[in-house]
Design a protein around this ligand. Structure first.
Ligand code: A2R
Length: 315
């Protein structure tokens, strides 16, 4: 439930217990928002439950983070992904239109909506064609296009396409969190000195989670036009480079093994955030090496907690 302050702007967050939500909610509270943080207990596919909660909370801003956010899981469970990501977004849009029609709503899409470019191509702008390549990306694209229809009809919807982001607390299904976790496990002698990887040649545009949160906060301001915005650094780096930074930080030289389960063709995805910068002044602040260090420290703490627990067992 919210903090009860009558002075704060009322914010409703879906998916608040996820990686982004756990960083966003405290920041919003620090900024003085009165936050209603919801997750699984308010199923985003249930439009009547959503409308009832919105009517009770009367949010002035809504950030829709709830999702099935993993691409590999979307290949295993495309229907579930569709239900949560597309039908969930549709429910949020419908509930906002009926129960909180004045609210500013951020619909969080994904850089995956653009698919992959040719190596060395210019960064994707918001005008680039959408060529989603996975069930996850297709559900995000469909939700984005539906949100655009609600915006055309006057709802205050901002559509956001964040490029890759990472930091402490991200699930190890995501590439840099997976590397950081494995490095911490090797350091803690919980794993043989063998690091399992996918395609290290894929070029991605990585942001620190704190910069992504800054972008979302800036897009909540009413003066910012309700439009579609990339959140990106504009810098592409092969994921293998980040792996080497992590190994340097730890002073480790494990062998690197390709895991066929994780191997996908190399892709190239870099974003242009000029529109966001012009509208809000946002630009990324956090060097990615610091992000990697904080992420590694987070996993070191997790490993220490496992090792010091009485029921310590190998993960
Ligand atoms: O799947 P769980 O138990 O981890 O819960 C996730 C929650 N969620 C739901 N909440 C309400 N109703 C549902 N039907 C439902 N299904 C899943 O949304 C989780 O707590 C949260 C999403 O968090 P993460 O998976 O950690 O995603 P992350 O990285 O915070 O991404 C936030 C947004 C997503 O829309 C991504 O697709 C996008 O940023 O990149």
């Amino acid at each position: 439930m919210g903090s009860g302050s009558l002075l704060g702007v009322r914010a409703l967050i879906t998916g608040a217990s996820g990686f982004v939500g756990r960083h966003l909610v405290p920041r919003l509270r620090d900024e003085g928002y009165e936050v209603e943080a919801t997750d699984r207990e308010l199923d985003v596919t249930d439009v009547s439950a959503l409308s009832a909660r919105m009517a009770a909370v009367r949010p002035e801003v809504i950030v829709h983070l709830a999702a099935q956010s993993s691409v590999p899981s979307s290949w295993k469970s495309p229907e579930l992904t569709y239900r949560i990501n597309y039908l969930g977004s549709r429910s949020i849009l419908e509930a906002t239109a009926t129960a909180a029609p004045e609210a500013r709503l951020l619909v969080i899409g994904s850089s995956d909506e653009y698919g992959s470019a040719e190596p060395g191509a210019s960064p994707f702008t918001e005008a680039s064609p959408l060529r989603p390549q996975s069930p996850y990306a297709r559900t995000k694209t469909a939700a984005d296009l539906l949100a655009a229809r609600y915006a055309d009809r006057g709802l205050d919807v901002v559509r956001v396409r964040p490029f890759n982001h990472t930091g402490p607390g991200q699930a190890p299904d995501f590439v840099l969190a997976s590397f950081a976790k494995q490095v911490a496990e090797i350091e803690g002698h919980l794993r043989e000195p063998v690091l399992r990887v996918g395609n290290l040649g894929s070029v991605r545009d990585f942001l620190d989670i704190g910069d992504v949160i800054d972008a979302y906060l800036s897009l909540l301001h009413r003066g910012v036009p309700a439009d579609v915005y990339n959140v990106a650094s504009g810098v592409g780096t092969p994921v293998g480079e980040h792996l080497h930074t992590l190994l340097d930080l730890a002073g480790l030289h494990p062998s690197i093994e390709v895991d066929p389960e994780r191997m996908r063709p190399a892709d190239f995805s870099v974003g242009d955030a000029t529109r966001l910068r012009r509208a809000t002044g946002w630009k990324p602040q956090a060097p990615i090496a610091g992000t990697l260090e904080r992420t590694l420290d987070y996993w070191r703490e997790q490993i220490r907690a496992i090792q010091s627990s009485p029921k310590a067992s190998r993960p």
